[in-house]
Design a protein around this ligand. Sequence first.
Ligand code: FES
Ligand code: FE2
Length: 441
Amino acid sequence: MTWSDREIAALVQPDRAHRKAYTDPEIFDLEMERIFERTWIYVGHESQVPDPGDYYLAQVGRQPLIMTRDSDGKVHVLYNRCPHRGAQLCTARKGNAGNTIRCSYHAWMFHLDGRLESVPAADGYDGTGFGLDNPDFHVRKPLHVDNYRGFWFAAIGGDVPDLETHLGAAKTAIDQLIDRAPGGKTEVVGGCFHMIQKSNWKIFLENQLDASHPGATHESAGVAARSVENERRQDGREVPIEYSFLSDFARLGVDGWDKFGTVGYSRGHCTLEGYMGLRPDDPDTNEYVARMYDAYGEERAEEILGINLHHVLIYPCLSIQPMLQQLRAVRPLGPDRTLTEIWHFRLKDAPEAIYRRSLAYYYLVNSPSTLVNADDLFNWWKCQHGLASEGGDWVSFHRNAGQDLVEGGVRRSAPKSMSEMPMRHMMHAWRDYMAAEGAGQ
Ligand code: FES
Ligand SMILES: [Fe+2]
């Protein structure tokens, strides 16, 4: 079928969404066209291309892109497509191209900013309209490319607000990834995990702010970790903070997650308040706080460290855990296939132990092999199967529906609730992107 705006808008109701929004291939194609190729999507961090000549591949919507760094140190984002006969220019996920990118097909050479540098046997083009200065023969760039403090985004097309306006309040996530560094800089460490989820991209985003699932889904991981903690305590051994990354799931139980508020901002961005005790009175943390005081002064350092956010979603493409220096980028591949890139960062001049905490969280909670992620993945796969069936048409987001507190365009979950406000909020943003004309009907 061909979907009208009115039909698309009808897939989203105040407290539920229709399963077709998650399963229909045409809806998926429209999502790529109207969301992922019409708004700001994360490409990568500047530290992925630290040296001149470095490149890194990324996918925005259906478009293959390359992030490069030129000899002046400037970052560029280009299509991964040769202007000659269309070959992909780079196929390795990352590398160093030297001074120029050379297309392997007929050896056209390009500067790292996409300008054509040379072609072999150039006299064959005499009198043809071909020329090194002709932009038709340069590697094309997305319509909009910009960065916020070294985090690069591209908008393939469309009429977008400037990047900072688009990020709005959600830019706190990026500020926190940087400002928590006493040295005022952050960098990716190593590569990232690439994980293909056999489920729709919206299911992943909805799960990130779903306070009602950890106590159930992650109960087994939490109980196992807590028993190890207890054994260590009984033996008089130390219990490192990293154990709490898992045991917190048991500590809070199935219905103990109602203390943590969620907030929805314009364009679908959302936050979940922090619940973890990440500032224990131990030598590593105290050393870190001392370095923050030295770098920023006590007042500013406390202001930075006082922000307590567990998750920030930059809709539709990023899930950031700023206090743990984690970032997950969402790259939809199909209605039932989603690639996530799972990154972690090092805070410049923070004690090594603080980096080790970030790495431990990366391995224990976010890596593909952890029990936590495996349990999540299994649920999402099961949801996708259920939604593909004729067993029901609607996905329920009724928990605390009608109780959101709305002020100044900001939507807060009802106090003391495990509200499904973020899911409702994101689906309403989805409807606005997908069916602007039908949204009011
Ligand atoms: S396709 Fe790239 S040089 Fe021919
Ligand atoms: Fe989970």
